[in-house]
Design a binder for this molecule. Structure first.
Ligand SMILES: Cc1ncc(COP(=O)(O)O)c(C=O)c1O
Length: 372
């Protein structure tokens, strides 16, 4: 992936590493005494995994969560030496490489336990066991746990060093969180009855970090909070968004009433309209569903995206902003002249969630790392 310090194009995502460090502190304050496993899957939610992980490591984070084996291997190759948990156990047959890289496997299928047992070659191998307590997606379903643990006896190298689950409603439904946590504790009882002694338990994503201290156990696993968002619109936490996504006005034109902009003529000027054309589009990860709905800051003023977002170009209405000139900065995410737009704003406009807005910023957009 291109990580240019300087790029030819004016579009770039500025990654504010001091904001990442600050957000880690905010998480620590919300989960005192717990270890923090920063979730850096999907290229650190689009922020760029290696520089983000290096900064988090320098700030003393306890470990990292990735989804895929290769994401963990990339971190090791970059010199990251903290614990790295392959959260989703998407191992792709790379069991030997995972163990060689010192990644911590997550298991939930006996076939995976068997494969890791072969690699362990009789020496103990620490893994985390993922239990499905109600997410209904990944993990050993609680009702199948006894059978799983019975079968696991065939693989004595495999040591359950950690027990984990994932919450489906930490941002929304406290009663369901309570049900999942009760199920998680039943799972712990079963695991211990089979003679395993998990040293750590973990369940909390970002929303649970702020909203559900009863889910904190030994480790917390925030992802979104590290990048500046609390995981629910109703949580107020002093986080700082870490991505500032900017571009510059490429061209200006004036439409007369009735004239249109862009593919399909989805915008027609109702008044004389000053349009700024920006050199980015859905090829850069600006969701096309933000067409005629999203906003961009120009001179600190929120300007509407008008017309359809195309692959490389987007048009915004700057009629009410005096003095806009070619080359002026236009901001999709971040702060500018007292105005702010963040991933929640763009997500609401595009009918999605901040996670998708951030991870969607494409590799065509250079990331510039700033100690800011
Ligand atoms: C297993 C697991 N834990 C933690 C997280 C972090 O979630 P969030 O970004 O909401 O904090 C994720 C992300 O989806 C996950 O899959």
């Amino acid at each position: 992936m291109r990580r240019a310090e300087a790029s030819l194009r004016p579009t770039r995502a500025e990654i504010l590493l001091d904001a990442i460090a600050h957000n880690l502190q905010v998480v620590r304050a919300a989960a005192p005494g717990r270890r923090v496993l920063a979730v850096v899957k999907a290229d650190a939610y689009g922020h760029g995994v290696v520089p983000v992980a290096r900064r988090l490591q320098a700030e003393g984070v306890d470990g990292f969560g990735v989804a895929l084996a290769e994401e963990g291997i990339e971190l090791r190759e970059a010199g990251i030496d903290r614990a790295i948990l392959v959260l989703n156990g998407i191992n792709g047959g790379a069991h030997r490489e995972i163990v060689a890289a010192g990644l911590t496997p997550v298991i939930y299928e006996i076939s995976e336990a068997s494969a890791f047992d072969v690699v362990a070659g009789g020496r103990p191998l620490d893994v985390h066991l993922k239990v499905d307590t109600g997410m209904g997606r990944l993990g050993v379903p609680l009702r199948e746990l006894t059978g799983f643990l019975r079968e696991l006896r065939r693989f004595p190298s495999i040591r359950i060093a950690g027990l984990m689950t994932h919450l489906s409603t930490a941002d929304a439904d406290p009663e369901y969180v309570a049900e999942q946590i009760a199920a998680f504790k039943r799972a712990e009882g079963l695991v211990r009855r089979f003679g395993h002694e998990p040293a750590v338990m973990h369940a909390a994503n970002s929303a649970a970090v702020f909203r559900h201290p009863e889910t904190h156990f030994d480790w917390v696993r925030p992802g979104l909070a590290i990048y500046g968002y609390p995981g629910s619109s109703s949580i107020d936490a002093p986080l700082r968004p870490a991505m500032r996504w900017r571009t510059e006005v490429l061209q200006l034109r004036t439409l007369q009433p009735g004239e249109s902009a862009g593919y399909g003529r989805s915008f027609r000027a109702a008044r004389q309209t000053r349009l700024a054309t920006l050199p980015l589009g859905y090829g850069d990860g600006l969701l096309r569903s933000a067409s005629n709905r999203g906003q961009v800051l120009v001179h600190g003023v929120r300007c509407s995206i008008v017309g359809n977002v195309s692959m490389d170009l987007t048009t915004v209405d700057v009629t009410d902003v005096p003095g806009v000139a070619v080359g002026d900065e236009a901001l999709l995410l971040g702060e500018q002249d007292g105005g702010t737009l963040d991933a929640r704003d763009l997500a609401a406009a595009a009918g999605t969630i901040p996670y998708e807005v951030l991870t969607n910023v494409s590799r065509r957009v250079p990331r510039l790392y700033l100690n800011a």
